[in-house]
Every structure is written in C-alpha cells, then in structure tokens.
Design a protein around this ligand. Structure first.
Ligand SMILES: C[S@@+](CC[C@H](N)C(=O)[O-])C[C@H]1O[C@@H](n2cnc3c(N)ncnc32)[C@H](O)[C@@H]1O
Length: 443
C-alpha cells in the first residue's frame, strides 16, 4: 500500500496571537486548532496574519511569516533595511525590533534554554538577565550598527548580481547595500559589480588593520574574474576539487588585533565578526578566570590563538598553555601568532581525539570556545576530570551551552557567573561567557 502524501499547508494563512520568542529568530503561536507555528517577522504580544512557508498537515510545527500586523507591539519599528521582511533577505531576524527589545528577546531565549536544558535559573547561573552590547559599542539612537567585518555574498546565477540568501532558501535576494556590513566591507562595492560564474563572494575588512580580502567561490568550470574594486584587496579562491582556500594574489591572510596583540588570520580561518567582539570576549574570559603567574591552561578550539595569547601574557614565563584546534591553517597561524612564547604549544586535531592523547591529568584553567554543536558529553566529562580551578566556556549557541553546562554539573562543576553579549545586532545570534568552578566538597 502506498503511503498517503500529506497535504502541504504552504500559503495557508492564520490569524494568530503571538506568544513568546523561541531560539532561532521566531516567535511561537498556535492556530485555533492548536497547531504550533514558528512565526518570523513578528514580536511577542502581537496579533498577526501568519502565512505558512513550510510544513504539512499533521506536522509537529509549521514555519510561517507574519505578512500583516493587526496589533503591533510597542517594541516594533519600521525595519531600516528595505531588504528585510517576509520572503526577502534571510540575514537579519530582528530588524523590526528596537535595539533594547532585540537584546531583551535574546536574553529571554538564553534564559529559556538554560532552564529547559540545564534546569538553571538566571540566579543559579550568576546572571543578572541582561544582554550587553559589545564593549565600547556606542551606536547613536536610530542608526543601524554596521558591524559585519565579513560578509558572504551569494551571486544570482542569472544576472551575476551579488546579494544575500533568503531565509532557509538557495534563492538570492539581490541588494545594493547591506546595512549591517562594516564600512570597510561596504567600501569594496561588491554589490555594485557583476560576478557572473561565481557561486559566492566573501568580503573581509579586517578591523585591526587596513587588510581587505575577497574570497571567490566559482561555479563548476567558471573562469575567475579580474577583481577590480574600489580599494586594493587580496584575492583568494575556493578550490573546486578540494574545497580549500587558495591564493590568487596578495596576502593569504588578514591581520586583526585583540588584547594589544596582532593576530594573523588565514583565509577560511575563524575570527570574530564584530570588530569589538574579540576584545569583549578576552576581557570577559580573563575577568572570570583571573589567571595567576605560573599556572597551566588549556585553550580548546583555539582558532588562531586568541585566548592562548591572552593567557600566555598573563601566566608569565613559568606558566604554560596548550591550544588545540582542528583547522590546519588556523594551527599554522596560531603557531605564528604565538611564536614569541616558549611555553605555548598548539596541537592540531579534534579536541575529542587530541586531548586524551596528551596524557594531561590536571590543569589550572580551561577556556573552551567550541563551534555551534558544543563540546558534548564525553569531552566535558574529560575536562571536568582535570580539576581546573576555573573554566571559561565561550558559546555562540545557548542551547549547546546549556547542554554542556548540565554535563559539567554531572562532573562536579557549577556556574559561577554568566555574561551574555549582543555581538550580532539585528540577528538572533548571541554570545555567552560562562565561568565555572568546582563545587566545594560538602557544599
Ligand atoms: C568558535 S571558533 C573559536 C576560535 C577562537 N577561540 C577564537 O575566538 O578566535 C571554533 C574553532 O574550533 C575549531 N573546531 C571545530 N571543531 C573542532 C574540534 N572538534 N576540535 C578542535 N577544533 C575544532 C574551528 O576550526 C574554529 O577555529
């Protein structure tokens, strides 16, 4: 017997009362029949017409866009970007919310994830519930923060024009300017020229130097264009066969600065996108760990060595830092960046594979800054067994953070403080720094 195809509900419209914000840049609503909707472009407390964009009859939930606002929230503003809104650019989630409201919504998401996945209240996590802007980030009221120092433009295959992908789609929203792109990126004028044959064009404007870079990803068999932009740039390309990033001309890296030190960041390597993010995070981590001269430390998922460098400076000649990073080029950069420190070692490989091989059985301090998936139960259990007096967990996903905090609790650690930063204004993304310490025996 053939399974009956479920009826698609895409295009159906429901008038709904919008409930709380959820993780992912949408709010939760229910149809009169009780069907759960994840609605974008709305705010809690609004009454809207929600049009289904994904989902079928009987699905656990449907995705929808608010296409008409019947009763608006007091937190609503006219989206400053003409490309934000239903069916348009998928880059920003909260263009239609006041900046203070955006931070409040992100705080509610972090609180909900901590409660649901780790059973922690804000008080138990040592968090006052606020979401702070990046340190020193002063954007005049009414202006859009232009913070993205790296923008990956998608190219419309028909016209060769640059744009950004629509939400959960391969379709390209052609734009003439991205309002949240840093000035250095906008100055390159990527949107003003044609990129026929390219799949995507990534523009990088270092905030720690004048370095500018463009990374081209050609479609199969396409020839690379001669890149003539409004400023000198180095050009890289993504290899069709190996997916690696290769030099076309200019330096194969950009130079960034944080904590008074210059870091070389090779193409394809990780560096925080907000110009104030690296310093904000280093400050939060160091204030939480309070490193002492002569201590030993781990910097896990260390990228080009941001926290390892900051730790090495503070631990002095008697201290020692081991960084672990899976990216080959990032490891080369980290070794180059921290060349002046005899007692810093960087190992290449996955933390879960390298850490057990090191044979380390104790350490004073740990920083971990994993990718979105988090560190996971096994790695956290291993870390908890090393007896560090403090652990700094830097997290770009509150759900993964909450899961890992629960594993740390199983390993005998408690959260001492949590700080939450809005390093991605206008989007739903948020960055957390949790400082953990062992639960005292008998406490
Ligand atoms: C969020 S970035 C943090 C980088 C660095 N801490 C910084 O702030 O610049 C995560 C890093 O982890 C690396 N990575 C991802 N999975 C890994 C794994 N299983 N083991 C080691 N490194 C990993 C990525 O290549 C990336 O450089």
């Amino acid at each position: 017997m053939q399974a009956q195809e479920k009826k698609s509900l895409v295009g159906e419209e429901y008038e709904v009362e919008v409930g709380p914000v959820a993780h992912g840049g949408h709010c939760i609503a229910r149809t009169d029949e009780g069907q759960v909707l994840f609605v974008r472009h709305t705010l809690p407390g609004e009454r809207v017409v929600a049009r289904v964009t994904e989902g079928e009859e009987g699905a656990r939930f449907l995705r929808a866009d608010a296409v008409e606002i019947l009763e608006a929230s007091k937190d609503r503003v006219e989206a400053p970007c003409p490309f934000a809104g239903p069916g348009k650019c998928g880059g920003c989630d909260w263009q239609h919310a006041k900046p203070g409201a955006q931070r409040r919504l992100k705080g509610e998401v972090v609180a909900e994830q901590l409660q649901r996945l780790a059973g922690l209240t804000p008080e138990e996590a040592g968090w006052d519930g606020t979401v702070m802007p990046a340190e020193g980030d002063k954007v005049p009221a009414g202006q859009v923060p232009s913070w993205r120092t790296r923008v990956q433009y998608a190219v419309d295959p028909g016209t060769g024009q640059a744009g950004l992908r629509k939400h959960r789609s391969h379709e390209v929203q052609v734009i003439d300017r991205c309002l949240i792109a840093a000035e250095g990126v906008s100055e390159l004028g990527i949107e003003q020229r044609e990129w026929s044959g390219m799949e995507s064009v990534e523009a990088i404007a270092a905030s720690g130097s004048q370095d500018r870079q463009v990374i081209l990803t050609p479609r199969e068999g396409a020839r690379l264009p001669i890149v003539e932009l409004d400023r000198p740039v180095s050009v890289m390309r993504v290899g069709e066969k190996d997916g690696g990033v290769h030099r076309v001309h200019g330096r194969p890296f950009v130079r960034e600065r944080a904590d008074g030190r210059t870091y070389r960041v090779g193409s394809g390597g990780f560096w925080q996108v907000h110009p104030k993010a690296a310093d904000t995070l280093v400050t939060a981590v160091m204030q939480g760990l309070l490193p002492r001269k002569g201590e030993t430390a781990l910097d896990l998922y260390c990228g080009v060595g941001l926290f390892a460098g900051a730790l090495a400076d503070r631990l002095g000649d008697e201290g020692a830092v081991l960084g672990i990073e899976s990216g080959k080029r990032a490891v080369e950069d980290a070794r180059h960046n921290l060349d002046g420190f005899d007692r810093v070692r960087i190992e290449q490989g996955k933390v879960e594979a390298v850490l057990p091989r090191t044979g380390i059985t104790e350490v004073d301090l740990i920083v971990l800054d994993p990718p979105r998936a988090g560190a996971g139960r096994r790695t956290v259990a291993h870390l908890a067994s090393l007896g560090a007096r403090r652990v700094a967990y830097v997290a770009c996903d509150p759900a993964a953070l909450a899961r890992d905090l629960a594993y740390f609790r199983d390993g005998g650690y408690r959260v001492r403080t949590l700080r939450v930063f809005d390093l991605f204004p206008m989007t739903h993304h948020v960055e957390c720094v949790a400082i953990l310490e062992p639960v005292k025996k008998g406490a």
